[in-house]
Design a protein around this ligand. Structure first.
Ligand SMILES: C[S@@+](CC[C@H](N)C(=O)[O-])C[C@H]1O[C@@H](n2cnc3c(N)ncnc32)[C@H](O)[C@@H]1O
Length: 304
């Protein structure tokens, strides 16, 4: 199956990585880590724009690794893909350090969203799964809904989804559970949310009524914030002098972690400098053609 592929903020990412230009006169191999390979849009652009680049790519989704390996076959040994969490990069990439640049494009890929049986999307019916790595130890979203208390679910919906109606939805899930009806598919969860929220409330939400709950469950199931913190710790250990780190995030909680980490490295640890005083965001042309880009924020740090 072919997927619509439009890497977010691609030009800006390549420019921020500073792979060429007056600062980079030295013609030596540059080891670049694409921490979130997906379909390989960033990796491909790095390999084509920088002839000295060798890309070490990570993804916890085996399907993404396989699709990108096929797509980027022509780059031979310059492209090396690993099925791994970026939170584990110290173990996976330690032998290749020091590394010259790192790029993260957080969240889910179009491929994951479009394939109904991955259970990420409220628009396609499928099993309520949402694991980026279905071979790993994480619980599926359906297991989370059947295993956690109403108070715990409420906390997840509120914290990771900023869902104002978190309590109502969590209570409804608990009631359903008592009647032996736990949502097991994306359609069943959407129906439960629609039944819970009165029509005028749904109209006022300004977005699909299930969007925030789906986002919250995905972030929880994949421990996305914990992974981001571990990934940035790994970067600090593996980075070469003058290494650049570029992070594109899509959620205020992610952006806060990136901003705070970069600021600590800069002001307290004196390890380098934040290069983006304000985050870079896509222009209206990009958000017009790519809905996913609308919440993107890019921040860059450079080690001394
Ligand atoms: C937004 S997509 C990346 C798209 C990519 N930049 C491109 O141009 O094709 C995010 C990818 O990161 C992967 N991912 C998310 N969290 C991860 C983690 N902690 N470790 C490894 N891969 C992760 C997802 O499986 C997904 O394939």
């Amino acid at each position: 199956m072919a997927f619509e592929h439009s890497p977010v903020l691609l030009e800006q990412v390549i420019a921020e990585l500073r792979l060429s230009g007056p600062e980079e006169k030295e013609k030596r191999e540059k080891r670049i880590v694409d921490c979130t390979l997906g379909l390989g849009g960033y990796s491909e652009a790095i390999l084509t724009t920088c002839p000295e680049a060798v890309v070490y790519a990570l993804d916890r989704d085996r399907a993404a690794i396989e699709a990108a390996r096929t797509r980027l076959l022509e780059y031979g040994d310059r492209f090396r893909a690993f099925h791994a969490n970026f939170g584990d990069m110290e173990e996976v990439l330690g032998e290749f350090s020091p590394l010259d640049a790192f790029v993260f494009d957080l969240g889910v890929s179009n491929m994951q969203l479009t394939e109904a049986d991955r259970g990420f999307s409220f628009q396609h019916n499928g099993p309520l799964d949402m694991r980026m790595n279905p071979d790993g130890a994480a619980q599926s979203a359906a297991d989370v809904l059947s295993g956690l208390s109403a108070a715990e679910l409420e906390e997840i919906f509120r914290t990771y989804g900023e869902e104002r109606h978190a309590k109502r939805i969590a209570t409804k899930i608990e009631e359903s559970r008592k009647r032996g009806r736990v949502p097991a598919t994306t359609e069943e969860l959407v129906a439960l949310i629609r039944e819970t929220l009165p029509a005028p409330v749904q109209r006022k939400m300004g977005t699909h009524p299930a969007r925030r709950v789906f986002q919250a469950l995905r972030i929880y199931v994949n421990d996305e914030l914990g992974e981001l913190k571990s990934g940035l710790k790994g970067v600090k250990t593996l980075a070469n002098t003058k290494a650049t780190v570029v992070v594109v995030s899509y959620h205020s909680l992610e952006d806060r972690i990136v901003k705070h980490t970069f600021r600590t490295w800069d002001r307290e640890e004196k390890k380098g400098a934040v290069l983006t005083k304000h985050p870079l965001v896509p222009d209206s042309e990009e958000t017009g053609r790519n809905f996913r880009a609308r919440s993107a924020k890019l921040r860059t740090f450079r080690f001394f």
